[in-house]
Design a binder for this molecule. Structure first.
Ligand code: V47
Length: 339
């Protein structure tokens, strides 16, 4: 599919688009809606980068720098595990003060303390930051991640692949080609990862479909992506001045088009943190099949205005999915059904 052809999907009426997306969703997953019990941990917000969309990193709009100690991270993982979490999702800012070994020592310590917990950690942006800072190859970083117990890679840091726009919104961060290469190398190791796209800021529809098509091409090659997450841009405390946020119709169209273009990626996550629980449930009728998880604590989107700081209870998650007419399915991080 070409960008031009894919762009035409936006001309369809929302409900026609929804029907097309829903057909693919139904063939894959019927009326199941997946979620997991997970814990997000963001070790630091001190960052060498200045991404204009970010409200999380410590800067003059969010002047509260922090670094969690390895002990705090391990204790958080242990406590979450006790409450039933099956996954910890560790991503943070790019902080040179932590040092290279800090990452791998922390991952090892988490795995030693809670060996059965799935460790989803290190975006391709963090992997590239470490490689660049410590003069290592991507292969060396990925091997060390595996050695220290990382099970899968999250989808963060993809933002928008178009090189011109990327320079404008997050110029210091991993280049698009390197983001894709790092995931390719990870998949070549037999490992799974997620992919994301940050949308609803200054990007155009064309930028979005170009981004989706690049992911589709990599998935054709490796088959290593489990899920795609369209991340809705949150407007507060950052340096992008958006006059008019996109509306629900454009959001749902984008989710549906993601489902259609990425019909080779099994899962589309409606990340409730950014969308709100209500819109994430509606998105289940427009191609999405996953809500992400209970999360417990969330810092990146909530720093930019989302009402997600304290996660959601499993009971509420299940009740909402059931009341929306779907079957709630708890899954593990590799989408094995748990209950
Ligand atoms: O890459 C930063 C995004 C991402 C804002 O793999 C913002 O399962 C919205 O990737 N508004 C990190 N988003 C989070 C992420 C993620 C989340 C949930 C699940 C998974 C997964 C991955 O947060 C960054 C960036 O795109 N972000 N600022 C903002 N203002």
């Amino acid at each position: 599919m070409l960008v031009k052809e894919a762009l035409k999907l936006y001309d369809l009426e929302l409900f026609d688009l929804g029907k097309r997306a829903n057909k693919i969703r139904r063939e894959y997953h019927g009326r199941k809606v997946f979620y997991n019990r997970n814990r997000h941990i963001n070790p630091t917000n001190i960052c060498v980068d200045r991404c204009r969309f970010c409200g999380f990193s410590a800067h003059r709009k969010n002047p509260n720098p922090y670094v969690l100690s390895a002990e705090e991270i391990v204790q958080t993982a242990i406590d979450a595990r006790k409450r039933g979490a099956k996954e910890v999702h560790i991503v943070g800012a790019h902080n040179k003060k932590l040092g290279l070994e800090w990452y791998f020592d922390t991952f090892k310590a988490v795995k030693n303390a809670a060996s059965d917990i799935h460790l989803k950690a290190m975006t391709a942006a963090e992997a590239e930051f470490l490689a660049r800072t410590y003069n290592l190859t991507f292969d060396e970083i990925l091997d060390r991640m595996i050695k220290s117990g990382v099970d899968s890679m999250p989808g963060g840091g993809a933002e928008i692949f178009d090189e011109t726009l990327r320079k404008e919104i997050c110029g210091g961060k991993v280049k698009s080609a390197d983001w894709l290469l790092i995931h390719e190398l990870w998949h070549k190791r037999g490992r799974k990862s997620n992919a994301s796209m940050l949308f609803g800021h200054i990007e155009t529809r064309e930028h979005r479909v170009d981004h989706l098509l690049r992911l589709r091409a990599l998935q054709e090659k490796t088959g290593g992506f489990n899920a795609f997450i369209p991340l809705l841009y949150q407007t507060k405390n950052n340096f992008l001045d958006i006059k008019k946020p996109i509306d629900a119709e454009e959001i749902l169209k984008t989710i549906a088009i993601s489902r259609i273009i990425l019909d080779n990626i099994p899962h589309i996550k409606a990340y409730w943190v950014g969308l709100t629980l209500n819109l994430a449930l509606v998105a289940q009728e427009f191609g999405a099949d996953d809500m992400d998880g209970t999360i417990e604590r969330e810092s990146i989107n909530s720093a930019a205005g989302a009402a997600s700081a304290n996660g959601v209870s499993e009971k509420l998650m299940r009740d909402l999915i059931t009341n929306a007419g779907f079957t709630p399915i708890e899954r593990d991080s590799m989408y094995k059904e748990i209950g």
